[in-house]
Write a protein that binds this ligand. Sequence first.
Ligand SMILES: *Cc1c(COP(=O)(O)O)cnc(C)c1O
Length: 357
Amino acid sequence: MSRKPRLLLNAEALVDNYQLLSNRSTTETAAVVKAHAYGLGVDWVVPTLREGGCQTFFVAYPEEGVRVRGLAPEATIYVFHGLSPSTLALFHAHRLRPCLNSRESLELAAGQRLAPAVHVDTGMHRLGLSIEEVAETALLACVPSLLMSHLVASDQPESPLNGEQLAQFSDWASSLAEPIPRSLANTGGIFLGPAYHFEVTRPGIGLYGGSPDPSCRVPVRPVASWHAPVLMVQKVRAGETVGYGASWRADRDRTIATCATGYADGLLRSLGNRWCAELAGASCPLVGRVSMDLITVDVTEVIESGYHVGTSDWVELLPRQQTIDDMAAAAGTVAYECLTRLGQRFDREVTSSVAQV
Ligand SMILES: *Cc1c(COP(=O)(O)O)cnc(C)c1O
């Protein structure tokens, strides 16, 4: 067996995060599992969240919904990208609920018994009907099970946009003749406070151990840890360079461990010379560029402390004290991108506690 990068996925942490997000509100907590559960793998995430008490899931595509249906026969499943004539049969066959984002889809859903969500736009200008566009008769004709909108700036708790969207959404919902369950909050929205919770919340990133933004941290547990095997250890002399483009030069004689993981696994290339792996409890800088399948790690200090680094060792890219948010900050992005980039080549192992390799 070849030694491949390993992703250890902590089911207990996932459930803890679900509980933490649930405990923040008194209403139903759904789970957003689009994009393969943010890269972590829908096949274990959905059954684990089901066991943790989650009854409602959101995905982007109907095909993702079909996969979730196979894993959760009794769950409620909403599809963000909505309904079209070509997908209508799929929604019926798998009991998927579309989020209706346009007037055409509202008309298509009338009389179809799809229990859809109706998505109104309160400022994102991405998906959703404008409030003026949703005639109440057409709305009620499709018998919606949920009214939803999406926050623009829930990762910026101070932004006045949050309060403006909240007011628009709740004024509109309460103007309707019939009360219909409402949903506004994603992970960031949950932390904006109870006014944002309504009847259903829809967190994604927080479940998976990430925050809405590195500048807006939420107190969740890491779910993924990332281990790369050491393939070889070599000495480089003072003045020699490592990796493509010779972007790193040894200031003195150094020892470099070449490890099997790279941007094909989703390690952002911008982390070259900007991130540290952990080995034997010590922090070891990634030196030189991140390659497709390899990284080069400076293990000089580990060796000088008396630890023998060899090809049975592993380095850890997401050790306990360096979260996915820290990684995102170092790469100039957000945890969402770091997680959804995780590749298909890992050996993935689901554990119920933080295991060590
Ligand atoms: C992705 C998504 C969510 C989940 O957002 P997080 O920030 O990951 O919690 C909720 N609602 C909509 C409409 C989404 O597209």
